[in-house]
Design a binder for this molecule. Structure first.
Ligand code: CTP
Ligand code: CA
Length: 226
């Protein structure tokens, strides 16, 4: 272990972490969601706080307690709400870690009343694309060091490197979903990519992995911005 877990590698830095899924409402009783539990993002927020950062956690709908040491938590439901909250709190932040599984689409309109069955007919939902939070931050003139996540079910490296470039990120943490790893699980395994390098963080408990991830982010941050 290169940098020991006790090191306050993010002392004096402001870090914003997004975590969990988003819910996109269809009508008053239904929504489109995803399988993100928020555990990885919450573990990252806790690890950043342990490393001495002042942490703001923007959380989608999850049933998790606020990790020890996290200075501020903002709960949101939809991608649009997460976008607004992140945009507000990221002003003055040094690092943004986008661990949330942001919904890519939302229903074009939220029905005012519960949708009723149409005796045997198919139902078609029209969906509109949500804004990309990370890409919108990258497009701003002055923005924090940006770390994304990429949960992939195939071609992990090529999809992750493509996202790193396309979204203008400093680093991306990629993991293969499935086989007892990724969403809804206690363990994860991550490969970190940046412009001219990569690092393998083998299968481990999400808390352990989060601390290793924070150590890597801190050293890259210092190399690029320090
Ligand atoms: N992300 C974001 N805003 C969105 C969608 C995704 O900020 N509207 C962020 C996620 O928090 C994550 C990274 O982008 O850090 C990658 O998310 P992912 O879903 O893997 O990438 P997409 O660009 O949405 O591509 P796709 O879902 O088609 O693979
Ligand atoms: Ca997506």
């Amino acid at each position: 272990i290169a940098a020991s877990f006790g090191d306050r590698v993010l002392a004096g830095l402001k870090v914003v972490v997004s975590a969990g899924p988003t819910y996109e409402d269809i009508d008053p009783v239904r929504f489109i969601g995803n399988r993100s539990s928020g555990k990885m993002g919450f573990a990252v927020a806790e690890a950043a706080a342990q490393a001495g950062a002042q942490v703001t956690l923007v959380a989608g709908p999850v049933s998790l307690a606020t990790p020890q040491g996290v200075a501020k938590r903002i709960d949101v439901r939809s991608a649009a709400q997460m976008h607004a909250a992140v945009t507000e709190v990221v002003a003055g932040a040094d690092i943004y870690i986008g661990a949330a599984a942001v919904g890519d689409y939302r229903p074009n309109a939220v029905a005012e009343h519960k949708l009723k069955k149409q005796n045997g007919l198919d139902l078609t939902l029209q969906l509109a694309e949500n804004p990309d939070i990370l890409a919108s931050l990258a497009a701003q003139q002055s923005h924090p060091f940006l770390v994304g996540f990429a949960a992939e079910t195939q071609n992990v490296e090529s999809y992750a490197r493509d996202k790193l470039q396309r979204k203008g990120l400093d680093m991306i943490a990629a993991n293969q979903v499935g086989g007892g790893l990724g969403f809804e699980t206690a363990d994860n395994a991550i490969t970190l990519y940046w412009a001219d390098g990569s690092a393998e963080l083998p299968r481990a408990d999400k808390a352990v992995l989060a601390r290793q991830l924070i150590d890597r982010i801190a050293s890259r941050y210092k190399a690029v911005r320090g």
